[in-house]
Write a protein of this length. Structure first.
Length: 361
């Protein structure tokens, strides 16, 4: 059954349009309700568009509790918002009734537009509510986004972004000019082409990060991260993670616990401490400082021309190296390995307690 009603009204921001649709589900997934049951439920949707002047605004803020979000910057002086609200319920009548209680809240603090859908408490017969937004806005607006349970796309934003994302899937971020701040949990996706600094907090997430022209400040826990082509310095804290760094031009510094850290093709200095995990530094140049406890430390040196001055200190740890190193014993458990390769311009300082060191040229 399809019932369509169309109404047009003049609002404070210009002409708004909306229509109701009542139909049966064909494809949808929901965190709140079992997918198979949800597919069998009717849904009622409200579609609406807004055009909002943006000349006096500096910031756009959107809070979306459950649904997809696309925010795309372009050369314009207005904010264009298209959104849909879909209610899933045990009956079409209950879905229509609850949908009529939902409203889009718009507030304007000084120089800022805030949008969010206000939802009253759901009756038991309403199973799920999903809200999708597509927003086109001026490049120059700073964007604040809080979003849950949906796909998120951010593109062509020149004034920076701040994003809090939970249970998101297919995060797509491209071409952000100023500083970006992401707090991501239980999510997956890609972040690419950032021209400023990035502050990233990742929890229980799987993310790839590519082409950052600024610095990276990373906090990760229970995540799988693939990070490459960072021009600035990288500082990280990791716990129960798997992180791969490739082609970091700046200084790499961090601390890890119960994690696998792999860095390949680094061009600058490295300072990493690890506990209960692995630290692999492959095909690297620059000086290296690594300390580990119950950690496998695997270092592959590359810059033969400038050479290395090596100092390894071990406490009940094994050393496997193809370098010619002199070994001295402090006691039966503690050993020091020293040596110089070629000109010895780079320093290699590795300290290991309970674990092993693999050091090769």
């Amino acid at each position: 059954m399809i019932i369509t009603a169309l109404a047009i009204s003049d609002g404070i921001y210009g002409r708004n349009s909306f229509n109701y649709r009542i139909n049966r589900m064909t494809s949808f997934s929901s965190i709140e309700y079992n997918r198979e049951r949800l597919l069998a439920l009717p849904n009622v949707s409200l579609d609406e568009t807004l055009t909002i002047p943006a000349e006096s605004l500096a910031t756009f803020r959107l809070n979306n509790r459950h649904g997809d979000v696309q925010i795309i910057g372009k050369d314009t002086d207005v904010i264009e918002v298209a959104y849909s609200i879909t209610v899933f319920a045990d009956s079409e009548e209950m879905a229509i009734k609850y949908l009529s209680e939902l409203t889009l809240n718009q507030t304007e603090p000084p120089e800022q537009l805030d949008l969010s859908v206000q939802q009253p408490a759901k009756p038991l017969t309403v199973r799920s509510v999903r809200t999708n937004f597509i927003v086109y806005l001026p490049h120059s607006l700073h964007v604040l986004l809080e979003s849950n349970h949906g796909e998120t796309v951010l593109e062509n934003l020149h004034a920076g972004v701040e994003v809090t994302l939970q249970h998101g899937r297919d995060l797509q971020v491209r071409n952000i000019s100023e500083e970006a701040n992401f707090d991501v949990s239980h999510s997956s996706g890609e972040i690419q082409d950032l021209k400023g600094n990035l502050v990233l907090s990742s929890t229980h997430s799987q993310l790839s990060l590519d082409r950052v022209q600024g610095c990276l400040d990373l906090s990760a826990r229970h995540s799988n991260l693939d990070i490459q082509d960072v021009a600035g310095n990288v500082n990280f804290v990791a716990g129960h993670d798997q992180i791969n760094f490739r082609r970091v031009a700046g200084f790499l510094q961090g601390a890890s616990s119960h994690s696998d850290i792999c860095a390949t093709g680094l061009e600058s200095d490295i300072d990493i401490s690890g506990r209960y995990g692995t630290v692999r530094l492959l095909d690297t140049t620059g000086s290296i400082i690594v300390s580990g406890r119950h950690t496998l430390i695997d270092v592959e040196l590359r810059d033969v021309a400038k050479g290395y001055t090596v100092l390894l200190r071990t406490d009940r740890a094994n050393v496997n190296s193809n370098l010619e190193l002199d070994v001295s014993e402090t006691d039966r458990n503690r050993k020091t390995h020293v040596g110089v390769v070629k000109a010895g311009q780079h320093n290699v300082r590795v300290k290991a307690e309970y674990g092993s060191i693999h050091l090769n040229l």
